[in-house]
Design a protein. Structure first.
Length: 113
């Protein structure tokens, strides 16, 4: 029987990061916006109607789960701008997948509470 990392490329801990990153409604909204079109941070903050520092917190969670990626670009007027876009992923969660990756989940004291 193959391990979770061989058949899915994802460990249990990786999948937990994905679940945690998608557990907030604003992050789901951000994903929906970025699915339509990549955006730079200021534009995305205005679209979502939150501050840039709060947006960065949410973007870091999504980026840590490899659901989005950011790239710096220089605008025509010479300003550095950070654009975010959806990463290419295809995820199918099944009971069998959860059973398979359960073997690679790390249980910490924090996750017991």
């Amino acid at each position: 029987m193959s391990s979770a990392s061989e058949s899915t490329g994802t460990s249990g801990n990786d999948l937990i990061k994905v679940f945690e990153s998608l557990s907030h409604p604003l992050r789901i909204k951000i994903m929906g916006i970025l699915f339509q079109n990549r955006q730079y941070v200021s534009e995305l903050a205005r679209t979502v109607n939150i501050s840039r520092p709060l947006l960065y917190m949410h973007l870091r969670k999504l980026e840590a789960a490899n659901l989005i990626r950011g790239n710096h670009e220089i605008s025509e007027d010479g300003k550095a701008m950070k654009y975010y876009e959806i990463s290419n992923f295809d995820m199918h969660i099944t009971p069998g997948l959860l059973s398979e990756i359960a073997q690679s989940v790390t249980i910490t004291q924090e996750s017991k509470t």
